[in-house]
Design a protein around this ligand. Structure first.
Ligand SMILES: [Zn+2]
Length: 311
């Protein structure tokens, strides 16, 4: 449900971008009108984001907490240091991921709106203030989100959630790319995160591996050869769309305690088939993904209209 709303909103923003761009006007008299247009697009997902957070905190989190307490009471969940619980829920983390994906849509839209505002070449006080404010808000939220995602990644590692970890690392990388586009600093340690994501995709080809096209697109974006990757590929969203297809009585758990619907998937959608990798992978070229000059040059040659905003 939420995933469909996000997808529709993202598509709608792309379709309506040219109209937004054409309605922008230079000069001090248009300051209020331009700000309203920007605010309206920035609030596109406010309602669905609020619904995601409410559902996560008031339904999913409470459900997971109650089941965990019941499991401990019944003695079927031996939680101890270094030992995974028998019941290893991942639903709350899925909703965390969904929320940050929705924020990514809006921050990428903010970046696109910044391009449109700058393209007016308007030095009036209102436009300058709007550009400065929008850039500042976008930069600050992207930086904060990168830090917040670090703790979710750690939780995924602890819970052995391979596909979710890969997805959240890629989401985090999109925020990093956004900061670079804004000409801002990013604290993300890119190289180790890319290596870890690639390792997950290759070791678990049926689960994390569906995100490999997104990983490849991100690598191209990092070296400035394209503007964006796309987190919403058909393969990467299929698992999200499949969750509501569950039939009662088919709930199963994998060896790591991940609950899944056996009527929907042949195996755990987080683990899947494991393909052991070489114990000594090729060392990566540390400069490979750090071509800042090429990245910045590519960003400056981009035009800002819906057609060039590749997804
Ligand atoms: Zn599993």
């Amino acid at each position: 449900m939420f995933m469909g709303q996000l997808y529709d909103a993202k598509t709608g923003l792309t379709k309506s971008f040219n109209d937004f761009h054409e309605r922008l006007r230079p000069g001090p008299l248009a300051g209020r009108s331009n700000a309203d247009l920007v605010r309206q697009r920035g609030n596109t997902l406010a309602e669905v984001q609020s619904s995601i957070v409410n559902f996560k905190d008031q339904v999913v989190r409470l459900f997971e907490d109650d089941i965990a307490k019941l499991a401990v009471f019944l003695g079927i969940s031996p939680v101890s240091a270094g030992e995974l619980p028998d019941i290893n829920f991942c639903y709350r983390i899925r909703f965390e991921s969904l929320f940050f994906r929705s924020r990514l849509i809006i921050l990428e839209e903010s970046d696109r709106m910044l391009g449109a505002l700058r393209s007016m070449d308007d030095s009036s006080e209102h436009t300058m203030a709007l550009v400065k404010g929008l850039r500042s808000l976008t930069r600050d939220e992207a930086s904060t989100t990168i830090k917040a995602l670090n703790s979710i990644i750690t939780e995924c590692e602890t819970r052995d959630l391979k596909r979710l970890e890969a997805e959240i690392r890629l989401t985090q990388m999109f925020f990093h790319i956004l900061l670079k586009e804004l000409g801002a600093d990013s604290d993300l340690n890119v190289e180790p995160s890319l290596l870890r994501t690639l390792s997950l995709c290759q070791t678990y080809p049926d689960t994390a591996g569906v995100l490999l096209p997104t990983y490849d697109a991100i690598k191209l974006a990092l070296i400035g050869e394209r503007r964006h990757g796309n987190l919403y590929t058909r393969a990467s969203t299929r698992i999200w769309w499949s969750w509501p297809a569950h039939k009662v009585g088919n709930l199963k758990a994998c060896v790591h305690g991940h609950q899944f619907s056996a009527s929907t998937w042949p195996g755990c959608p987080e683990c899947g088939r494991e393909v052991p990798q070489s114990p000594k992978p090729e060392p990566a070229d540390p400069k490979k993904f750090l071509k800042e000059d090429a990245f910045v040059a590519a960003m400056r040659t981009q035009t800002f209209n819906a057609a060039s905003y590749r997804t």
